[in-house]
Write a protein that binds this ligand. Structure first.
Ligand SMILES: [Zn+2]
Length: 75
């Protein structure tokens, strides 16, 4: 039972580090975000499993990035 809490503080990340992370997440989200129907398996209304997964990952990166921005602004 040694689940880490407040890991960010323990890692000693600075605001500059958080900014760097935010940039990295931007890149990651842009990289994973699928374009519009650029694969034969995607239809106009539904994405193939691969691209649906990419979309989900991109969304998750963007949410995390938004939280980082809040931390930067908040303190
Ligand atoms: Zn696809």
């Amino acid at each position: 039972m040694t689940a880490p809490t407040g890991g960010l503080t323990r890692a000693g990340l600075t605001l500059a580090d958080l900014g760097e992370l935010a940039n990295a997440l931007d890149d990651a989200a842009a990289y994973r975000e699928p374009g519009n129907g650029h694969c034969p398996d995607c239809t106009k209304t539904e994405m193939c499993d691969d691209h649906a997964g990419d979309q989900e990952a991109a969304g998750s990166y963007r949410r995390l990035r938004a939280r980082l921005s809040e931390m930067e602004a908040g303190e």
